[in-house]
Structures are given as structure tokens and as C-alpha cells.
Design a protein around this ligand. Structure first.
Ligand SMILES: Cc1cc2nc3c(=O)[nH]c(=O)nc-3n(C[C@H](O)[C@H](O)[C@H](O)COP(=O)(O)O)c2cc1C
Length: 181
């Protein structure tokens, strides 16, 4: 299978699993996709834009207002260009924002504006994931047609054991490919 000629926007959020987005980007690029990254400001506390830029061979976008003055791109350019937006890792915070229609950064703006397929790959502590608020937000987004890659069960970064680990690279890549079958 291949993602040739597909424009993939990856949203990287403020999760300890942010480093795993590197392998996801490498996997997407290997499959032939053109990958552009949006790193939330909290995501940038976990991983640098330089790393994402080097792996994707594309500029990395972060602040919604940083792109002002760039005549080639505006706050909805990535939304229009994307064939799929993969949010990996997706925090409880960003899922809540998507579900409520909050648009206070470039990633929320891009997702709310886009007509592309949206794939959410949550990663968080199991209590956060299983909280009624998060579950209700996930159900809301599913009702909007957003796709999810179910997080895995296992040892979490916080030391707890339970659901909430970012799904495996193989699962995420196979779901992305499956969206185009
Ligand atoms: C060390 C550390 C690890 C965190 N890991 C996660 C996580 O895996 N999942 C999550 O939903 N939030 C996690 N958070 C909380 C988020 O960083 C916080 O909700 C932040 O506002 C998310 O911002 P963003 O959604 O704009 O990227 C973590 C916070 C810290 C300090």
C-alpha cells in the first residue's frame, strides 16, 4: 500500500508520547506521503520542531499568529491542503477542544476548518481517558465522523497500568492507509 500524492498533516500535542510522532512521520514519509506538522505550544515542551522538520523534510507550524506576514500560507491553508489530519498523540485537552469547537491555536483552527478525514490517536493516563468528560468528547467527535485509533493497555509513563498508551506505529499507519482504500 502507498500514501503517494497524499498530503498528511500531523498534529502533535503535549503528551509524553510526543516523541512517538517521530516514528509516525518517518512511517508516513516512507509510504510516500507529503507530511506537514503542526506542533502545539505544549507539544513543543516535549519535542522540538527541528526534529519534526528534519524527519518530514517540511516546515513545522506552531503558532496561529506566527504565520502572519507569510503570503504563501494563512491560518487555513493546511486545512485546505490536507487529505487527512492525523492527531498523534492527541491529548484529553485537544480532544475536548475539538468536541467543543474551540479554535484558539493553529491545530484546532486547522481541524475545525478542514473537510479532510480526521484521525485521532489519543494518549493519556487511563483515569483521564476513562473520565466521563473525555469519553463523552470522544463520542461527540465520532458522531461528527472523526476516526479514532484506540489507545492500548499497558504500563503508562506515569507508572500506572491501564488503557491510554498511544496505539502502535503499525496500527496507526494501517488505519491511515485504510482511510484511502
Ligand atoms: C509530563 C507531562 C506529561 C503529560 N502527558 C499527557 C498525556 O500523555 N496526555 C494528555 O492528555 N495530557 C498530558 N499532559 C497534560 C497536557 O500537556 C496538557 O493538558 C496540555 O494543556 C496539553 O496541551 P495541547 O493539547 O495544546 O497540546 C501532560 C503534562 C505533563 C506535564
Amino acid at each position: 500500500m502507498s500514501l503517494k500524492n497524499k498530503n498528511v498533516v500531523i498534529g502533535v500535542c503535549g503528551s509524553i508520547a510526543a516523541y512517538k510522532s517521530c516514528d509516525i512521520i518517518r512511517g508516513l514519509v516512507k509510504l510516500g506521503a507529503n507530511v506537514e506538522s503542526i506542533l502545539t505550544s505544549n507539544g513543543a515542551k516535549f519535542i522540538t520542531s527541528l526534529t519534526l522538520q528534519t524527519l518530514s523534510k517540511n516546515k513545522v507550524y506552531s503558532g496561529m499568529f506566527d504565520i502572519l506576514g507569510n503570503l504563501e500560507i494563512n491560518h487555513i491553508s493546511l486545512a485546505k491542503k490536507a487529505d487527512v489530519i492525523v492527531v498523534a498523540p492527541a491529548t484529553a485537552d485537544i480532544i475536548a477542544k475539538f468536541a467543543c469547537g474551540i479554535v484558539d491555536d493553529l491545530l484546532t483552527c486547522t481541524v475545525l476548518t478542514s473537510k479532510a478525514k480526521i484521525l485521532i490517536c489519543p494518549a493519556m493516563n487511563s483515569s483521564m481517558l476513562n473520565h466521563k468528560a473525555t469519553q463523552s468528547n470522544i463520542e461527540t467527535l465520532k458522531s461528527y465522523g472523526y476516526e479514532f485509533v484506540v489507545p492500548e493497555r499497558g504500563k503508562l509513563a506515569c507508572g500506572d497500568y491501564g488503557d491510554g498508551r498511544l496505539a502502535s506505529l503499525a496500527s496507526i499507519l494501517s488505519v491511515v492507509e485504510g482511510l484511502f482504500l
